[in-house]
Design a protein around this ligand. Sequence first.
Ligand code: AOS
Ligand code: ZN
Ligand code: ZN
Length: 388
Amino acid sequence: MADTAAVKAALRTQHIETPSWAYGNSGTRFKVFAQEGVPRDAFEKVDDAATVHRFTGVAPSVALHIPWDRVDDYGALAKHADEVGIALGAINPNVFQEDDYRLGSVCNPDEAIRRKALDHLLECVDIMDVTGSKDLSLWFADGTNYPGQDSIRGRQERLSEALHRVYERLGDNQRMLVEYKLFEPAFYTMDVPDWGTSYAHCVDLGPKAKVLVDTGHHAPGTNIEFIVAFLLHRDRLGGFHFNSRFYADDDLMVGAADPYQLFRIMVEIVLGGGLDASAGVAFMLDQCHNIEPKIPALIRSVLNVQEATAKALLVDQDALRTAQQNGDVLEANAALTDAFATDVRPLLAEVREDLGIDPDPMGAYRRSGHFDKIRVERAGGAAAGWGA
Ligand code: AOS
Ligand code: ZN
Ligand code: ZN
């Protein structure tokens, strides 16, 4: 049996970071749907992240995307975050939304455009110095659409060059997380298509470079928990962008599509020691709420990660090890399925009471009247969003 007090202690200290961009309007390439009460600037996005933290107790930081969250004074933004009870988290440079980047950013064949992209990455490290952020979270839309379009090898060399320049600029307590994605926006080759490519670059760079696993960025059927176990074992798992997908990079609420997969991922995290702060695994969400209200969707997502974590912590590890040692396949498998079948909601309600928050975060948010307040306060002005 798992030790309930230890399980609750681990759940109380869990830290799930929400993304600033999930609070703004979003959509598909067919339509961005405007919602009421959406933040108009980075300060209001920070307020929304603080609201999610207030109701969940385990989401004490927010990731920023630059230039979407560009402000004149990042110190003032960090101070504002502190005042509303959260911290600024990972900084995500955006090197995919300008015409110059049509053929790529740091892998572009044009040296001047590569330089421009690199300058933006370095500017983001400057921002980290001010905000106190520890992670530079890198995702490159770079790749090619047609066979022969560019040299695959040449692009790898350009990528390596840029990553080295950024790595050299990192401070002692700063890290670089390298995210991968199978396809989209490039359709023939992506320059960082999979964990292996990311891992190889990280090993070249040094210990401050780690792989970022976005759960929506794999081919259907990929065993993500294997990737997680492997990277954690090699001390190269930097963190997650959690979300759910049915088909491609759907960016739906984490745990909505396949809670069992999320549980299996969290089992590997727990077994590999990845919940300990010393493991340095950043649990971040990367989602868009196109048709559902954003703040409650993020509360629900945080709760889904928390439920999967609670179930993973309930796995009877002694029974699992014994069954594995004895070659007892059915008992070993049952150690996982029994934990997954446990209703952890009462346990989590107790954890929330320990944290001094309402045991029912979704209901508490609904009852709070917060949405009616922001829909009035935020009438007028330009709602944040990244367009389509
Ligand atoms: C894109 O597919 C990635 O998941 C990135 O993490 C990206 O920066 C983020 O989703 C914002 O668009
Ligand atoms: Zn992502
Ligand atoms: Zn994505």
